[in-house]
Design a protein around this ligand. Structure first.
Ligand code: PLP
Length: 507
């Protein structure tokens, strides 16, 4: 492909994206394909001869798009958002176009230095404690990971290695494998599945402690678990707390957890994958309580901050603890500026060697929206969630399961779980809006999350009308079925009466 053709391909692709995004409301948010339908439409081998890009875009339109769930649709209300924006999309294109990797400073100095700058911008925007900034005196700093899962795994692995070193120093008589066999970590039973997975990958059990009635994990539960485990000879390593749990967006009590972690030399990590963006809002300042006492935290820009997947910010109070744990060097990776402040070799801060130039899309997103635009976006999500919450409250057939938090409303149809379950099933069959269910203490509920590239009040009204009319017709059907069942049992009763009369007559 020469550059002229590349240009035409590029222009047509941008048109394609604009057309897709601007008309996204016209598509059902859920796909209608059946399993294998996409596979069956595609050849089983790479085409031997190059094909024209028009043919490729055509197949994208006719084979791939019908098989997609439309995450950028405002009717996608299922998981937390996977946001994007014009600036971020162009940033992603430029990243691919420039095509550099930035695992060490020398590989592409601007790749590393731009990341240092945008991570400091972001830390200031979120009003994080200054020790997390690269520009501060200490060993703290931020790095962009691919996902919250990776950030959590990095924290878990680093905490594990620190604990092993500490134990070996205190108890040289114990072998390393003996020590590793005693390590134990903690999180809440409300935390994301990626926390438990990090424990599996790190070969270290993670105890999921019971959150309180309000789904919040507090220091008392951690204290009890740690004291029991220490008495049993185990070595507590890390506690992963959550600010904004996946189920109900509950906020663990960081202050009380920090007090226990400090007493026992336990690493405290905060997973704020979704809610972290709200640290920037003055009205959510309470969420930042205790962050000055945590060892590390992560927040997904691809959830609440208009940078497309994948982009998860992670900050470390002392990055050396991660670098020391992960540093595996080779002569070909060395360069003469190694170890200088503010020019980190980010390969030591992450799991893979290679790393994308994600800072570019962050930089472009931040510059094209400004801090004001980012805050306005989050506030819009919160306002729309309040609009939805009010609609739930105003309809006596529904109830809220947890207080609304940021852009998430957890609600259910009153009565037994069957009604909510059938309601969701009907909505899924209609494919107009997409929500997922969750459960708390035996109660099934639905999560309605504000998502999409540009959700509007009319979208909330649309979703609500879909939900409540489906409940109305579900209840009407149930009434008809109940009446029919009543009539049937009456008839059976009547028939058995007739049979009895007949038998009596015959006798
Ligand atoms: N943590 C929380 C609280 C989440 O809600 C999620 C996903 O929604 C994750 C972690 C996992 O995020 P990622 O897909 O970036 O690993």
């Amino acid at each position: 492909m020469d550059f002229d053709e590349f240009r035409d391909f590029g222009h047509a692709s941008i048109e394609f994206i604009i057309n897709y995004l601007s008309n996204i409301r016209e598509r059902n948010v859920l796909s209608s394909v059946v399993p294998h339908e996409v596979i069956n439409q595609l050849p089983r081998q790479i085409p031997e001869q190059p094909e024209h890009w028009r043919q490729v875009l055509d197949d994208l339109e006719h084979i791939i798009l019908p098989g997609l769930t439309h995450w950028q649709s405002p009717y996608f209300n299922a998981f937390y958002p996977s946001s994007t924006s014009a600036g971020s999309i162009i940033g992603e294109l430029l990243i691919a176009g420039i095509g550099v990797l930035g695992f060490s400073w020398i590989c592409s100095p601007a790749c590393t230095e731009l990341e240092v700058v945008v991570m400091d911008w972001l830390a200031k925007f979120l009003k994080l404690p200054s020790h997390f900034l690269h520009e501060s005196e200490g060993p703290g700093g931020g790095v962009i990971q691919g996902s919250a899962s990776e950030a959590v795994l990095v924290a878990v692995l680093a905490a594990r290695e620190q604990a092993v070193r500490r134990e070996r120093e205190c108890h040289p008589e114990q072998s390393e494998s003996e020590i590793r066999g005693k390590l134990i970590a903690y999180s809440s039973d409300q935390s994301n599945s990626c926390i438990e997975k990090a424990g599996v990958l790190a070969a270290m059990p993670i105890k999921l402690l019971p959150a309180g009635e309000d789904l919040v994990l507090r220091g008392a539960a951690l204290k009890e678990a740690i004291e029991r485990d220490v008495a049993a000879g185990l070595i507590p390593v890390i506690c992963v707390a959550t600010l904004g749990t996946t189920g109900t967006c509950a906020y663990d009590d960081i202050e009380s957890l920090a007090s226990i972690c400090e007493q026992h030399q336990v690493w405290l990590h905060v997973d704020a994958a979704y809610a972290g963006g709200a640290f920037a809002l003055d009205e959510c300042a309470e969420l930042r309580r205790g962050l000055d006492r945590v060892d590390s935290l992560n927040f997904n820009l691809h959830k609440f901050m208009l940078v497309n997947f994948d982009c998860s910010a992670m900050w470390l109070r002392d990055a050396n603890k991660v670098i020391d744990s992960f540093n595996v060097d080779r002569i070909y990776l060395k360069h003469k500026h190694e170890g200088q402040t503010q020019i980190p070799d980010f390969r030591h801060w992450q799991i893979p060697l290679g790393r994308r130039f994600r800072a570019l899309k962050v930089w472009i997103t931040f510059r094209t929206l400004g801090a004001q635009g980012l805050r306005a976006h989050m506030r819009k999500h919160i306002d729309l969630a309040i609009q939805f919450e009010n609609l739930v409250k105003a309809d006596e057939r529904f109830e809220l399961v947890a207080p609304r938090a940021l852009g998430l409303v957890c609600f259910r149809a009153k009565g037994d779980n069957e009604v909510t379950s059938q309601l969701l099933q009907r909505l899924m069959e209609r494919k107009k809006i997409y929500m997922v269910k969750a459960e708390h203490r035996g109660q099934l509920f639905l999560r309605f999350v504000i998502c999409g590239m540009d959700p509007k009040p009319s979208d909330i009204q649309f979703a609500w009308s879909e939900i409540e009319t489906q409940l109305t017709s579900l209840c009407a059907e149930q009434q008809v079925n109940a009446r029919k069942a009543g009539e049937l049992s009456e008839l059976t009763h009547h028939l058995s009466g007739l049979q009895l009369t007949n038998e009596t007559l015959q006798r």
